[in-house]
Design a protein around this ligand. Structure first.
Ligand code: MG
Length: 367
């Protein structure tokens, strides 16, 4: 099989709630997602998606995806998309860094591999564990009472895991955590995610002030070293996210006993191939994982479902159904949330069929 054409489409994804806000006053109201289409000489076509959480979350931004793809795509024409090892080496030789640019290409190539093999991507990633994957719901940063009210609503939709966006004023963050903790029921999981928003002295005040609560603390500070300081002063289970961008960071954090859970975002590490490697190493080391991405719609959600569903249940802390947060359906066949869970499609490949009328004309077309 040979790649004959790579096209990219820009899709705007507004949010049902109108706005998503996190630490430092950052927010997004319409996500700028890029869907990549990889055509082959066999007639098979694969799709991938990448959607940065705006330009100020990770070192990734939507226009950068398209500029990077224009650089990368011509070098990939004529190569076999099902040979994912060589293909990833070729991408890394052609464009240094910029893992988020490579992620949708790699994802589309897994889609092609699955279609060619007649197998769902989850089977190629190791096979499905259990019937479904439990999801978390991100809770946009609002005043404490609003966040508590939202959590009650999300519980009614079936979610049992809640990731509170904190990382603002420490006293108000303590109020946010306490307000939400009061509405939880037995079996619920609460994560306070500061998204790098606290300095260490602020984080230390917060973890001490909520020491009596059964909660997780996620990425309190900007750097790994600051997070490690906080980690060493709290007995709350600890999650790292923004600080862990590759396998080397996982290994370092494991050696330092710096985390109990890590967030594996597909585009942060450069696609499903590298996310699978991180996932398998974490599973062997006993590090639980949230399997997700920076954001996205139906295709990203499908890829998350395949990676999450093929992760052993004991190591699967949670996953995300981003397609239920946004108002636009970009593909048919994507997982749909049911009682706070989702399942990978049993159809070959990612199991998604993009809607041409939503994708529109390509913003990049490399034949
Ligand atoms: Mg996070």
């Amino acid at each position: 099989m040979k790649i004959t054409r790579i096209a990219a489409y820009a899709v705007a994804l507004p949010l049902h709630e109108g706005r998503y806000a996190w630490s430092g006053g950052k927010s997004v109201s319409v996500f700028d997602s890029t869907i990549v289409r990889v055509e082959t000489d066999t007639g098979l076509v694969g799709h991938g998606e990448v959607c940065p959480l705006g330009p100020v979350y990770l070192p990734a931004y939507a226009a950068g995806v398209r500029a990077g793809l224009a650089e990368l795509a011509p070098a990939l024409l004529g190569h076999d998309p099902t040979q994912l090892g060589p293909l990833n080496m070729l991408m890394d030789r052609t464009l240094k860094g910029h893992p988020y640019v490579k992620s949708p290409v790699d994802m589309a190539c897994w889609d092609l591999l699955g279609q060619a093999a007649g197998q769902p991507v989850s089977a190629l990633l190791g096979g499905c564990h259990g019937a479904a994957v439990a999801l978390y719901r991100a809770v946009s940063q609002e005043p404490p009472a609003v966040m508590a009210e939202r959590v009650v609503g999300y519980r009614a939709e079936g979610y049992r895991k809640f990731q509170l966006k904190v990382g603002a004023d420490p006293e108000e963050d303590v109020a946010r955590i306490r307000a939400v903790a009061q509405v939880l029921e037995r079996g619920d999981v609460l994560v306070a995610d500061a998204n790098t928003g606290w300095l260490t002295h602020q984080a230390l005040r917060v973890v001490r002030a909520v020491a009596d609560l059964d909660i997780y603390i996620e990425q309190p500070c900007a750097t790994y070293e600051e997070c490690l300081t906080v980690r060493r002063h709290t007995d709350h289970p600890f999650v790292l996210d923004e600080s862990v961008q590759d396998l080397a960071a996982v290994v370092r954090a494991w050696a330092d006993r710096a985390m109990d859970v890590v967030n594996v975002k597909i585009s942060k590490v450069g696609g499903l191939t590298k996310a699978r490697l991180v996932r398998d190493v974490c599973a062997e080391l006993g590090i639980a994982m949230t399997i997700e991405d920076s954001w996205g719609g139906d295709i990203t959600t499908a890829a998350i479902a395949h990676l999450a569903h093929s992760t052993p249940e004991a190591l699967r802390f949670s996953a995300t159904d981003f397609n239920s947060y946004v108002t636009v359906r970009t593909a048919d066949g994507a997982p749909q949330r049911s009682d706070g869970t989702m399942a990978a499609s049993p159809a070959p490949g990612l199991g998604v069929t993009p809607r041409p009328e939503v994708l529109g004309e390509p913003v990049l077309d490399v034949p």
